[in-house]
Design a protein around this ligand. Structure first.
Ligand code: 9WO
Length: 231
């Protein structure tokens, strides 16, 4: 998979992409991550990327031309999804990550200032994504979240040790409680059943705990999963 990111703050990216699972995926050639500075696609002396809003109001708007030219240059002859990270986008979720992970190429546009010219939305972007209902200073951190969630789903990225099947949200439920050694820490014991070696009992306990936790904390998630009998 190839993911291209268009931003005014390219220096934000190397950090999160140089560690752990994303680094391994890049080093192994499973994904290529390319950062492009929108300012490099301007032609005037001051490399202008923003301008005042028609109709007035505080703040600056990203001009359409540099972003159109950046996308057209990066895209080449390929067809690919062009995604704008914005609080007005469709909510990001594990199922959206799964859908994006099936694409060969993605172009992510990170907005800044008080927004982007509406013609970018209407005529350049194929999808708008929000990672949550809060305002950031720009789309960069949201793009990093999307990249991390998508890259770990690519075939071959996770080893069997880290397998996907048991992650939160993969089965629509929150995770069950987990413990490691010692069996007693400051007087607090690990639940007996987990020490029992009875794998059927352990599986039943974990599923009950996952369902209870989901009911208590995120009841709206339960409307979307079929739990089968006894729940
Ligand atoms: C800032 C602002 C200031 C005064 C009046 C109106 C205003 N609107 C904004 C604003 O929405 N700025 C955005 C900053 C413009 C696009 C990029 N920015 C952004 C993306 N903030 N938060 C996101 C984002 C992206 C994905 N998921 C959650 C948040």
């Amino acid at each position: 998979m190839r993911i291209d990111i268009l931003t005014l703050f390219p220096e934000m990216f190397p950090g999160p992409f140089s560690a752990s699972i994303i680094k391994r995926a890049v080093d192994g050639g499973l994904v290529s991550l390319n950062i492009y500075n929108i300012r490099d696609y301007t032609h005037d002396k001051h490399h202008t990327v923003d301008d005042y809003a028609y109709g007035g109001g505080a703040g600056m708007i990203l001009k359409p031309k540099p972003i159109f030219e950046a996308v057209e240059s990066v895209k080449g002859e390929d067809t690919c999804s062009v995604i704008l990270l914005t609080p007005q986008g469709r909510p990001f979720s594990q199922s959206v990550a799964q859908e994006l992970s099936r694409h060969d190429r993605l172009i992510l546009i990170c907005g800044r200032y008080e927004g982007v010219d509406e013609r970018i939305r209407e005529h350049l972007v194929s999808d708008e994504i929000s990672i949550g209902d809060y305002v950031l200073s720009g789309g960069e951190l949201a793009a990093m979240v999307v990249v991390e969630a998508v890259v770990r789903l690519l075939p071959g990225v996770l080893g069997s040790e880290e397998s996907l099947a048991e992650d939160s949200h993969t089965d629509g439920l929150l995770e069950y409680p987990q413990y490691t050694r010692p069996a007693v820490f400051r007087g607090w014991s690990v639940p007996e059943v987990l020490l029992s070696g009875n794998h059927a009992q352990i599986a039943k306990w974990r599923r009950e705990k996952a369902i209870r936790r989901t009911k208590e904390r995120r009841p709206e998630l339960l409307d979307r999963v079929s739990l089968g009998k006894d729940s």
